[in-house]
Write a protein that binds this ligand. Sequence first.
Ligand SMILES: Cc1ncc(COP(=O)(O)O)c(C=O)c1O
Length: 418
Amino acid sequence: MNYNGLFTHKLDALKEQGSYRHFLEVNKSAQHFPNFYYTNEEGVKRSAINWCSNDYLCMSTHEDVIAKLSFVSHRSGTGSSGTRNISGTTIYHRELENTLSNWHKKEAALLFNGAYQANTTTLKTLGKHIDNLVFISDECNHASIIEGIKSSGNEKRIFKHNDLIHLEEILQGINIDQPKIIVFESVYSMMGTIAPIKKIVALAKKYNALTYVDEVHAVGLYGNSGAGIVEQEHLEQEIDIVNGTLSKAIGVFGGYIAASNILIDFIRSFGTGFIFTTSLPPAVCAAATKSIQLIQRDDSLRKKFHENVLLLRKRMEENALPFSVNDSHITRIHIGNATQCKQLADDLLKIQGVYLQPINFPTVPIGNECLRIIVTSRHEPKHINHLVFSLKKLIYGDDTHNREIFSALSVADVENEA
Ligand SMILES: Cc1ncc(COP(=O)(O)O)c(C=O)c1O
């Protein structure tokens, strides 16, 4: 067996499709965000503006969060050095879990080393231990949800994205007494769409199903205290399991679920992806707690963030730059071709100092390649103006090969596509 030959063949296929991933080494600066530095292919140091960070509220650069991380690192050391069961549960883990359960108005919460692991472990554990559990999953769910469901080996039914009629058809086809769980996201980060949670909950109740919602791209950003779309819709008591991350709007690291005492105890006791791994570092837990407290107490960052989303879209509209219209903070420019998407992103970085990572297969299906713009609370009007100017220059400029991508694409077309 020629293993290297096989790997090379697979990698070559990715390169041919234009889906091969090139990592840009971002020299992140807490002081100067969204500006950062990188070294280009010629070895020259350049600066650029980051438009694809998930640090929505810039909590990763917040002085108080950094101070907490440093203080607890000095006090408790860097790593936890144990699984939760074997010396890896500290006062900081407990404090963070309490903070999370209170935030989501749930009885309990459970930490994981990322929301990916929280999704895979929780869904797999439910599937393995609830006889005949059927997963009913939105077609646009994240890879971690798909992996969790697949690895359980249980029956699964996929409903069309946010399509309540299709969801009800599926529910009608399953015996009312058969255990079932509807799994969906609140904000779909690749599309920017928001799930009709209230209606999904109503269907779940009618057909006796559990509900599991991934709020990874909503925690910190929506709702009165920033707990997410479930809070915004006042559905905390209606949803069974909430999944979230500490790595995006919270700006630190890790993931979690929040649910009833009994369910959390069940996953804690049977979830192998929870049991057999070293727990989060204590300082990371303490910093995440600090970040959540800041987000809960002060909605000014959240307000600034949403104002920036509106300003960006206003400027894009004024400049006839097509983007998918949605109710979330995700601003997406559909390209639909991996090579063109990468070329445009490369040009934006090289010529304009604009860093927008192309979103290609398998993150999105082939044909849905896009540039996804993430504005944060620290982007200023001057950054937004520069981005819009740069996009306009490279998309509509006379001397660019990218012009043809958009020549046949009106704003209306892009809306329909979304
Ligand atoms: C919808 C969704 N769920 C889960 C995850 C995984 O989150 P984490 O980075 O905390 O593992 C992501 C990551 O991007 C995501 O977009």
